[in-house]
Design a protein around this ligand. Structure first.
Ligand code: SF4
Ligand code: SF4
Length: 126
């Protein structure tokens, strides 16, 4: 019975194609529910700090006085809790993943809203 199951698995693997894609020739199409990275429409942020307080990995830092919002993408576990809790829905879960980085601090992505309400991107890494 075991050898029958093994042969069945072997044949299935031989007849089906590889599970991996020939990247970068073929790129994967992500589904709408893919959890890639968190983004913030900073002009709509009211700097209430709820996302920071609820984040289980302490990935978000909110500075109300200087109107700055920061996320450490290497700490984020893409649980989506901050997106769900944000009262003005300015946070979103993008389907794109962050680019590979070479140093620890490059994962920190910082946004600053100006007094006029326009965002200034102060990111170190994307
Ligand atoms: S919960 Fe939303 S509005 Fe509040 S600080 Fe975070 S991103 Fe800004
Ligand atoms: S998705 Fe989860 S881990 Fe990532 S910043 Fe939001 S609350 Fe924190």
């Amino acid at each position: 019975m075991r050898s029958f199951l093994m042969m069945k698995t072997l044949l299935k693997n031989l007849l089906s194609g590889p599970a991996t894609l020939m990247y970068p020739q073929r790129k994967r199409t992500y589904t709408p529910i893919t959890r890639g990275r968190i983004d913030n429409d900073i002009n709509r942020c009211i700097f209430c700090g709820l996302c920071s307080r609820r984040c289980p990995t302490y990935a978000i830092v909110v500075a109300k006085d200087s109107r700055e919002w920061q996320i450490d993408r290497l700490k984020c576990c893409t649980c989506n809790l901050c997106v769900e809790i944000c009262p003005v829905k300015c946070l979103s879960m993008e389907i794109q993943y962050s680019s590979p980085i070479g140093e620890r601090t490059a994962g920190i992505y910082k946004l600053k809203a100006t007094v006029e309400g326009k965002a200034e991107d102060k990111s170190k890494g994307e």
